[in-house]
Design a protein around this ligand. Structure first.
Ligand SMILES: Nc1nc2c(ncn2[C@@H]2O[C@H](COP(=O)(O)OP(=O)(O)O)[C@@H](O)[C@H]2O)c(=O)[nH]1
Ligand SMILES: [Mg+2]
Length: 349
């Protein structure tokens, strides 16, 4: 799952990228561990030889959005379309050392980029509709082009009104067609307002954050510079520093979890003594899918999944104790895995 970091130049994209990578940034693309207290607790109890957290891949290699002329270069579009989610960093700090192309106005910048995404998609929809007009297949109900035209006609109005595809509540079938076209406004987005010590237009930013949340887009105020400072501290020194700032965790931790959630992912755990691992899984996936996530051979030889919920695990303090208390459930292939489940797949391999 790849997260593209997008935004205008000099907004703090790379600073936030390094902060979120917790000091482990490698080049401009890094698999970043997803902070998860549950995983930390399981690792502390099991004490495995190896602990492997879930990760998301952050990509800071996209071209910046352009400040004049066309906002999106072809290179930017090609790269952004490959991403599963766009993390939009919006400048909300002023600093003489980092000159900006315009006056600092977070809401204007956000709006400009959102509008450009919608217009880019509208262009694709209009082009395609024009071609479909000339095809005979659109008259055959059930034909892919018939379905496509019906969907694109539905997209056309909202896009003209400036509504992004991601907020149209499309079903899975429709999303499949949409994904083929890699519409930018159809991609999940998380917004980070990068603020300095003195906030710019704080009421407007805060109410925008709420408004975005009400439409299902998570947005945060962060201070990328401060976050980078926190990430560079020894882990043991972080809590005291955070407490002195009145924070319980770095904003980048919240941000990465929000990204993970917006990707539609939950986590299941395998708590082995050799390796304890947190695995990302699409919400709503079956036990068989979870098995395939671990290894295709394990899915092929699937017999049953042994499942202990995270709350039962916590209540009993260990997997052993939870098993002894009868909290392990044997589940079949179609059983839906819940966030936090601890799993062992019985298999023939
Ligand atoms: N004052 C302040 N400066 C920042 C902040 N975040 C980034 N900068 C500065 O802005 C400049 C551009 O940052 P960078 O991360 O390279 O931006 P990018 O072009 O979006 O990747 C650098 O000089 C940073 O030190 C912030 O939160 N506050
Ligand atoms: Mg950069």
């Amino acid at each position: 799952m790849k997260v593209g970091i997008i935004g205008f130049p000099q907004v703090g994209k790379s600073t936030l990228y390094r902060a979120a990578a917790l000091g482990h940034a490698k080049g401009s693309v890094t698999a970043v561990p997803v902070p998860d207290e549950r995983f930390d607790r399981i690792v502390a109890q099991v004490k495995p030889k190896k602990a492997t957290p879930a990760t998301v891949v952050l990509d800071d290699d996209l071209e910046p959005i352009q400040t004049s002329g066309k906002l999106f270069s072809q290179r930017f579009l090609d790269a952004a379309r490959q991403c599963d989610l766009l993390l939009h960093v919006v400048r909300a700090f002023d600093a003489p050392i980092a000159p900006y192309h315009d006056s600092v106005s977070p809401l204007r910048d956000l709006e400009n980029v959102d509008v450009e995404m919608v217009l880019t998609d509208l262009g694709i929809v209009e082009n395609r509709l024009e071609r479909l007009q000339r095809s005979m297949n659109v008259k055959t109900p059930g034909h892919p082009e018939y379905l496509e035209r019906a969907l694109f006609e539905r997209l056309h109005g909202p896009l003209q009104d400036g509504v992004p595809i991601r907020s149209l509540g499309l079903d899975d079938e429709e999303m499949k067609i949409v994904r083929n076209y890699q519409f930018l406004s159809g991609k999940q987005c998380v917004v980070a307002f990068n603020e300095g010590e003195s906030r710019i237009n704080p009421e407007a930013v805060d109410s925008k954050i709420k408004e975005l949340a009400s439409h299902g887009t998570q947005a945060f105020a962060v201070c990328a510079e401060l976050e980078e400072e926190i990430a560079s501290l020894e882990p043991a020194d972080q809590p005291e520093f955070l407490a002195s700032m009145g924070l319980s965790e770095p904003a980048s931790a919240r941000l990465i979890r929000a990204v993970y959630d917006a990707l539609g992912l939950i986590t299941f755990f395998t708590a082995g003594e050799n390796e304890t691992k947190a695995w990302p899984l699409k919400r709503g996936s079956s036990a068989l899918k979870a098995a395939a996530t671990i290894h295709n051979d394990i899915a092929k030889g699937f017999i049953r999944a042994e499942v202990v919920s995270y709350s039962d695990y916590c209540e009993h303090g260990s997997l052993d104790a939870a098993y002894k208390a009868g909290k392990m459930k044997l589940e079949g292939k179609d059983h839906v895995i819940e966030d936090g489940d601890l799993i062992h797949i019985r298999n023939k391999s």
